[in-house]
Write a protein that binds this ligand. Structure first.
Ligand code: ZN
Ligand code: ZN
Length: 421
C-alpha cells in the first residue's frame, strides 16, 4: 500500500503537480523528531512530511485509538497491526496466559494455587523451578476435578495414591518430585489453618524407589565429532559454549548467565553467579581449550549494551532456550548426531577429572552438595577401578615385606647392615 502524501524522498524532476522547496523548508512531523526535510520537488497538496520509515510508523501508531490491556486494563496504543488481543507488554501477555492455563486445569483451585505460589515458592525454591511447581500442582488439581473432589479437606491418602498411580502412566520419571510438591502444599494448608486433618501425603507409602541411572559422559570420539560439527557451523559461540561445558561442566543456564567480569583468564576460572539451580555461588575451573576459544571470542565479541558473555538475537543476551536450538541445529540432523544433550557435557567433565581429583574438590567445582549426587555424574571406568585396586594391593604387599625385614633392636639393625644377605 503506498501512501502518496507521505513519501519521504522528494522528486528531483518537476511535474505540474509538484513545487520546488529548498532544504529545511519543512521539518519532519514524526513524534520527537525535528529533522529538516531535504530539498526537492514536493506535491502541492502534500501536508505531512515524514523523514523516514521509522518516523512514519511512529506517527501513525500515535494516531491510533488507545485500547485497554487485557491483563491490567491500562490504556495504550498498539504498535503493530495484528488483530490480536491487546496487551501493554509481553510480560502481561505471559501473566495472562498463565492465568488462563491455571483456570483451565485447576478451575476453582486456581486462587489457592496462586496464593500458595506467591507465599511459599520464593522462600523454599529457586525461581527457575516456579513453573515446574505450578505445572505439577495443576496436574494434581486436574485429577481432583476429574474425581469431583471439591474440597481440599476431603483429600485422603487414598486420593494421593490414586493420583500417583495415574501420574505413573504419563510421567514415569517425575512422580517423586510431584509427590514432594504436593506434600509441601498440604503442609502449607495445615500451617495456614486451611486444613484440619493431617497431611495426606505419607512419605513411607507415597514415595517410590528412585531409579538411579548410570552417568552418561560422551566418549572421546563422540566429543571429537561434537567439536568438529561445532567448528563447521562457524559459530564461535557454540564452540566456546561446548568447551566450557566439557571442561568446567557448567549447566546451560549458568553458561547463559556468565558476565564478562566473571571470567578470570589468569586464574583459569569462571565465577558462577546466582541465581542457579542450587542457589549457591562457586568458582569453576577451565582448561586450555576454553581459554584459547575465550580469547578468540572476546576479541570478536561486538560491543553491545549488556555485559553478558554471549549475545543472541538483536544484540540481546543469549538465553538457554536459544542456545539449545543453536546447538541442536548445528550438531543434529542428517549425517550428524542423532541427538545432543548439553547436560551430558557436565557428565563428561566430571568423569574426566574425578578419579584424579579428590572428591571434595570435585564437589566444590561442580557445585554438588553431597557425594551421592556426584556419583550420579562421575563414572569410574572399570580400568581405573582395576588400577587403583592394584595400586592398593601393591602398597599392602610392600608394607608387609618391609615389616618382615624390620630389625628388632638397634644391635640387630647394625648386624643386618654389616652381615651379607
Ligand atoms: Zn523524522
Ligand atoms: Zn498490561
Amino acid at each position: 500500500m503506498s501512501k502518496t502524501t507521505e513519501n519521504h524522498t522528494p522528486r528531483l524532476r518537476p511535474s505540474p503537480r509538484t513545487r520546488w522547496y529548498k532544504f529545511g523548508a519543512f521539518r519532519c512531523s514524526g513524534p520527537e523528531c525535528t529533522k529538516r526535510m531535504p530539498a526537492g520537488y514536493y506535491g502541492i497538496a502534500k501536508k505531512l512530511y515524514l523523514c523516514s520509515g521509522t518516523c512514519s510508523t511512529r506517527y501513525y501508531c500515535n494516531r491510533r485509538e488507545p485500547v485497554a490491556c487485557t491483563f491490567c486494563g491500562k490504556s495504550f496504543r498498539r504498535q503493530h497491526t495484528q488483530r490480536s488481543m491487546p496487551f501493554c507488554s509481553m510480560d502481561h501477555y505471559y501473566k495472562w496466559r498463565r492465568k488462563q492455563t491455571d483456570e483451565e486445569k485447576s478451575g476453582a483451585y486456581a486462587p489457592v494455587l496462586q496464593e500458595y505460589l506467591e507465599a511459599v515458592i520464593p522462600r523454599f525454591l529457586a525461581a527457575a523451578t516456579f513453573n515446574q511447581v505450578r505445572c505439577n500442582l495443576s496436574a494434581f488439581f486436574h485429577y481432583l476435578r476429574l474425581r469431583r473432589i471439591r474440597s481440599l479437606n476431603t483429600v485422603t491418602p487414598k486420593t494421593i495414591s490414586g493420583f500417583l498411580t495415574e501420574l505413573q502412566t504419563r510421567r514415569i520419571k517425575s512422580a517423586g518430585r510431584v509427590t514432594g510438591n504436593v506434600r509441601l502444599f498440604f503442609d502449607w494448608l495445615i500451617f495456614t489453618g486451611k486444613r484440619r486433618l493431617p497431611n495426606p501425603v505419607i512419605p513411607k507409602f507415597h514415595t517410590s524407589v528412585t531409579i538411579t541411572r548410570l552417568p552418561r559422559p560422551y566418549e572421546s570420539n563422540e566429543m571429537e565429532d561434537i567439536r568438529t560439527l561445532a567448528e563447521q557451523s562457524g559459530d564461535l559461540r557454540l564452540c566456546l559454549a561446548i568447551a566450557i561445558g566439557e571442561e568446567s561442566g557448567l549447566r546451560i543456564s549458568e553458561i547463559c548467565n556468565l558476565r564478562l567480569q566473571d571470567i578470570d583468564l589468569e586464574k583459569y576460572r569462571l565465577f558462577v553467579r546466582l541465581p542457579n539451580k542450587t542457589n549457591r555461588e562457586r568458582f569453576a575451573s577451565f582448561h586450555t581449550r576454553t581459554r584459547t576459544l575465550m580469547i578468540r571470542w572476546l576479541s570478536e565479541r561486538a560491543d553491545v549494551g549488556h555485559d553478558f558473555l554471549f549475545t543472541g538475537w538483536r544484540e540481546r543476551p543469549l538465553r538457554k532456550h536459544s542456545l539449545r536450538i543453536l546447538t541442536n541445529r548445528a550438531l543434529c540432523g542428517e549425517g550428524k548426531l542423532i541427538s545432543f544433550s548439553y547436560h551430558r557435557l557436565r557428565h563428561t567433565a566430571a568423569s574426566k577429572v574425578y578419579p584424579a581429583m579428590d572428591p571434595l574438590s570435585v564437589m566444590h567445582t561442580f557445585g554438588w552438595e553431597s557425594q551421592k549426587v556426584m556419583q550420579n555424574y562421575t563414572r569410574l571406568l572399570p580400568q581405573t577401578a582395576r588400577e587403583s585396586y592394584a595400586r592398593a594391593m601393591d602398597k599392602v604387599e610392600v608394607t608387609s615385606v618391609v615389616n618382615e625385614s624390620q630389625p628388632e633392636s638397634i644391635e640387630a639393625y647394625f648386624a643386618s647392615r654389616t652381615s651379607p644377605k
